[in-house]
Design a protein around this ligand. Structure first.
Ligand code: ADP
Length: 266
């Protein structure tokens, strides 16, 4: 199983990756963790990345691509992996495509965690406060000003990946604002739906579904929501994920999410 988790900072990619590891017997490859380790040990990559990361900007593509190429060639990644934080730009996604093709490998899915950006700040501020209360050291980029920068980098450079993978029919979209266990279950369902014959969603159906992210991402995830709907109907399964909800209520757009989920804390 080879997966990509897509989503802005605070969307829960790391949390979900951890939960999926056991389920699929694969490893988590977090470029953020790899870069932080490089910074901590002062390697040449770390020296290059340190200030860029502290500013909330993206490390150059060639640096990150080289790290990932090395990492996925290691024996523990042979069974499969979850990429968390990579790719983050279209050129990184293209480089990954080339890496996988060169090794005769394919992705099993790209899962986008759809979140309401307005509450991400609140979520991360909570995370920071909790870490501080426990006396844990903070990441240099875990502060509100840098977080805004990270969100901006996500919107401008990473969100277009949803459209990139939707065009390749690899994108699955899941409601990242649901409770942690529900999100994991929705991801598993989205992935198992892949065993069912995928049919192309009609443009009309795709248009009726919504998304809280950029227009690009909205289009991309709604494309998948239509596809997932057909696949799941074919299986006769009850679905509770975001894509499923969007498919059941074709006219409901994301801002209609209930207040309860907006105030839900992790
Ligand atoms: P977040 O919690 O914001 O999703 P990560 O832990 O994944 O952050 O990454 C932290 C920082 O590391 C990013 O803000 C960026 O500077 C750098 N980084 C991680 N992955 C990549 C990548 N694929 N491309 C460029 N920079 C990256």
């Amino acid at each position: 199983m080879r997966l990509i988790l897509l989503g802005p900072p605070g969307a829960g990619k790391g949390t979900q990756a951890q939960r999926l590891l056991d389920r699929y017997g694969i490893v988590q490859l977090s470029t953020g963790d790899m870069l932080r380790a490089a910074v901590a040990t002062g390697t040449p990559v770390g020296l290059k990345a340190k200030d860029i990361m502290a500013r909330g900007e993206l490390v150059p593509d060639d640096v990150v691509v080289a790290i990932v190429a090395d990492r996925i060639a290691q024996p523990d990644a042979k069974n499969g992996f979850i990429l968390d934080g990579f790719p983050r730009t279209v050129p990184q996604a293209q480089a990954l495509d080339r890496m996988l093709a060169a090794n005769g490998l394919k992705l099993d899915g790209v899962v986008e965690l759809r979140v309401d950006e307005n509450i991400l700040l609140e979520r991360i501020e909570n995370r920071i406060a909790q870490a501080q209360a426990r006396g844990e050291p903070l990441r240099p980029d875990d502060n509100p000003a840098v977080l805004r920068k990270r969100l901006q980098a996500y919107r401008e450079q990473t969100a277009p990946l949803a459209a990139y993978y939707a065009l390749k029919r690899e994108l699955r979209s899941v409601d990242g604002m649901a409770p942690i266990g529900e999100v994991t279950a929705a991801i598993a369902r989205a992935l198992s739906g892949d065993n069912v014959k995928k049919k192309k969603a009609s443009p009309a159906k795709a248009e009726r579904n919504g998304n809280v992210l950029s227009g690009h991402a909205a289009k991309a995830s709604s494309h998948r929501a239509g596809g997932a709907s057909k696949a799941s109907r074919a299986k006769g399964k009850a679905r509770t994920g975001g894509a499923a909800r969007a498919a059941r209520k074709p006219t409901a757009r994301r801002p209609a999410r209930g207040k309860s989920s907006r105030t839900r804390k992790r």
